[in-house]
Design a protein around this ligand. Structure first.
Ligand SMILES: O=P(O)(O)OC[C@H]1O[C@H](OP(=O)(O)OP(=O)(O)O)[C@H](O)[C@@H]1O
Ligand SMILES: O=c1cc[nH]c(=O)[nH]1
Length: 191
């Protein structure tokens, strides 16, 4: 490894576990019930996951809602690509890549799903992307973790956990489908 590569990689220190696999599962069950309650059973619902970890969350929630309400729930995928130098300081600049969403969102009540809500820039880009696919009747936002530090006027409709953080800290969500591991960790940039 070159010296410049070595010095540009931020060192992370684990500070603790915020959620276990069973806590994530219980939280998703609660969120599925909240979605059903707010959407009159969910006949007009569609769940759209933001790549990457929003996608398995949307799929799991759709399966839970389908089980509760006994009808299938459409799910789709939004692909948002980031260009940033460093997780903590450079500031994310999400851009959207074109692609199929998976179902027709026109006139539907859409729940946009993501793992972490931080500055809100991903969600802003995701809304642009969503509306390029059609005009939903409504858009709600679901996040597993809201860590604060918003830079835009964006708020989640459904929140798994609100975790106050410092800017030096990072929430690491690990999901089996992507990480072969399932937990939420709090890590910190080491000095
Ligand atoms: O509110 P924001 O400041 O935009 O940050 C939140 C976003 O950051 C994370 O994505 P990440 O860039 O880590 O991509 P990944 O999901 O592909 O790991 C997370 O999954 C959210 O999408
Ligand atoms: O702490 C953070 C901030 C943005 N995205 C994450 O996944 N974690």
């Amino acid at each position: 490894m070159s010296e410049s590569t070595a010095t540009s990689t931020p060192k992370l220190r684990q500070k603790g576990r915020l959620m276990s696999a069973s806590e994530i599962e219980r939280t998703l069950v609660r969120l599925a019930h909240e979605i059903v309650e707010k959407n009159d059973g969910g006949r007009n619902l569609g769940l759209v996951g933001i790549k990457r970890r929003g996608v398995p969350l949307a799929q799991r929630l759709a399966a839970l809602i389908a089980k509760i309400e006994k009808h299938p729930i459409d799910t789709g995928v939004l692909d948002i690509s980031f260009y940033r130098d460093d997780l903590s300081t450079a500031g994310p600049r999400p851009t959207v890549t074109a692609g199929e969403l998976g179902f027709d969102i026109a006139g539907r009540d859409i729940v946009l799903c993501d793992d972490v809500l931080y500055t809100g820039r991903t969600i802003r880009a995701a809304l642009d992307a969503l509306f390029s696919h059609g005009r939903p009747r409504s858009v709600q936002l679901l996040v597993l973790i809201d860590r604060g530090h918003r830079e835009l006027p964006i708020q989640a409709t459904f929140t798994g956990r609100t975790i106050p953080t410092s800017r030096r800290e990072i929430i690491e969500v690990k999901l089996n489908e992507i990480d072969s591991d399932e937990q939420v960790l709090l890590v910190e940039l080491a000095d």
